[in-house]
Design a protein around this ligand. Sequence first.
Ligand code: SAH
Length: 461
Amino acid sequence: MNKNDVLLGKIEDLTVEGEGVAKIDGMPFFIKDTVIGDEVKFVVTKLKKNYGYGRALEIITPSPDRVEPVCEHYKRCGGCTLQTMSYEAELRFKEKKVYNNLLRIGEIPADILDEAMEPILGCEKIYHYRNKAQFPFGTDKDGNPICGFYARRSHEIIANTDCALGMSINKTILETVLEFQKKYDVASYDEGSGKGIIRHVLIRSSKDETEHMVCVVINEDQLPKADVLVESLSSIEGVASISINVNKKNTNVILGDKTVTLWGKDTILDTIEGNDGTVLSFEISPQSFFQVNPTQTGKLYSIAQDYADLKGGESVWDLYCGIGTISLFMAKKAGSVIGVEIVDKAIEDAKENAKRNGLSNTEFLVGKAEEIAPELLKRGDAAHPEVVVVDPPRKGCDEGCLSAILTASPDRVVYVSCDSATLARDVKFLRANGYEIKRFRAVDQFSRGPHTEACVKMVRK
Ligand code: SAH
């Protein structure tokens, strides 16, 4: 076999990123935009010792799971890479990914997993669900400002103001900014030269789409002709907050440290509704971490609440609490909740959110979970929580955090995770130290993309 060979294969499996896998003489080839069951003609684009990559040239026999993609940019865009797969197949893929990671990385026996597993919770709305989007701005080869999405594994911008995952208002807002740039000659930022002004536009929308926030990320202290842009953006129905964020660093990180509100409110108000009808409201600023799929978020938090099995008097730790969303869902049913989070602005918001929702049984502490949790162990009133909830970023929990949890020795640990590989690693650690997995469930928060959220309940043996 050589590079550029054209081969025929059948897709038998998917990688964790959702790329099709076909085996030729026992050697796996990874072929994107294919679906399990496709018979495909592909060209070998890269050949390694034990595996290779291919690009599909023709789908000879389509899989029964294959569907027409909804977006013309799907082949190049790095966003919703599972568009050619039916949603049922996507849910099977995600459920299996979580299960297999717990089995292989977590080394949890299959009989225990089969007993604990609950069916994946899919989305009702698989497109136009995202309440937040950050669009990179650039310039096309004719010198016109463009915005859209990065191509897969690159920083090339594909011009598209009408992404199928986002809210319909995004198009109007983005086109208003592009018009403004053309009219007043306000250039997009160029990563290569570091010149130009507009880097990104961040848009957030409330769940009912009545309030929208626009934050223009710029490479200068001020946006030229800002008043004109504010005038046109503020006339768009529902736009409630317009700000600039200053980011002059040569970095992939989108937001800089300084945000200035130019018009309207500093935050927008959103609600999360639990399965039992509980509605909690949250003020969200441009920098806040807030789950991107608001309908699914309510369901996810309700599962976490159910797994916590609260009767009323318990004390709870919510580590990696963000703006206190899970903490407040727990506080509704528990005796008291301590939330811990590294970003101090998020902790300020969490305190405000607790007040607004009338929940006085909460305390929020700023700092690293792995540093604050050991401190809590020294505090008589806080050292013995019945329940610990963790919801870490993709890299999972720090070992210092897990060790503190073991010392606190809660009856139950509820682990909310956006990366089932690190989840599995941490569950393995907790199982080796006296906890057993009792229930788990994947919850689709990011339909059409390969990532999946999961919730696990562990109980002290
Ligand atoms: N539970 C929240 C936030 C989850 S995202 C929600 O559902 O909205 C993970 C959070 O962990 C982020 O807010 C991030 O700022 C925070 N974080 C990252 N590393 C941390 C650490 N070492 N200690 C505490 N918080 C951390």
